[in-house]
Design a protein around this ligand. Sequence first.
Ligand code: URA
Length: 193
Amino acid sequence: MERELLLLKEKCLKCTKCALSKTRHNVVFSDGVANRNLVLVGEAPGYYEDKTGVPFVGKAGQLLDKIFECVGLSRKKDVYIMNTIKCRPPDNRDPLPSEKEACREYMDAQLEILKPKIILICGNVALKSLLDTGFGITKVRGKWFDGPYGSKMMPIYHPSYLLRNDSREKGSPKWQMWQDIKEVKRMYDEIKG
Ligand code: URA
């Protein structure tokens, strides 16, 4: 599994399939541990990710780490983290359909190699690419869906949305995220056995 991912990463680092390859500083392939249990798919690299080549290292990433830590999970031990798009769209605009199309093979291949039992779909961009139900994230978050390779997929809020919605009151996005991550941990423990 590691060797296959490494070969794919080498290919991805050289990719020039779309115009984002001209403006990127680094391809942002993945972080965390290659594993068959838990994978999170985010949207696209931002400023700090483009600078470092590591996904989710800016403010949103730091919040994501805290959310995992709350239930005893971490990217160092338990989670493989990747994005739908591997290169930063200028000014953090949403990726264009043509960019998503060009990058799709890498995301699909990562999932195919890992065949994870749980896929967390983080935010609307990943949702549209992986599970186009026609509904936005607020409607489908926290629900389990059947994914490829017998996986279970759960859409969850993107941490940058939580940074813009700071309330922890019952029913707020942060409160909902807390319910969702507890459910993720429950399923994680169940499938890990
Ligand atoms: N937002 C994402 O979706 N991915 C990152 O890597 C950083 C911010």
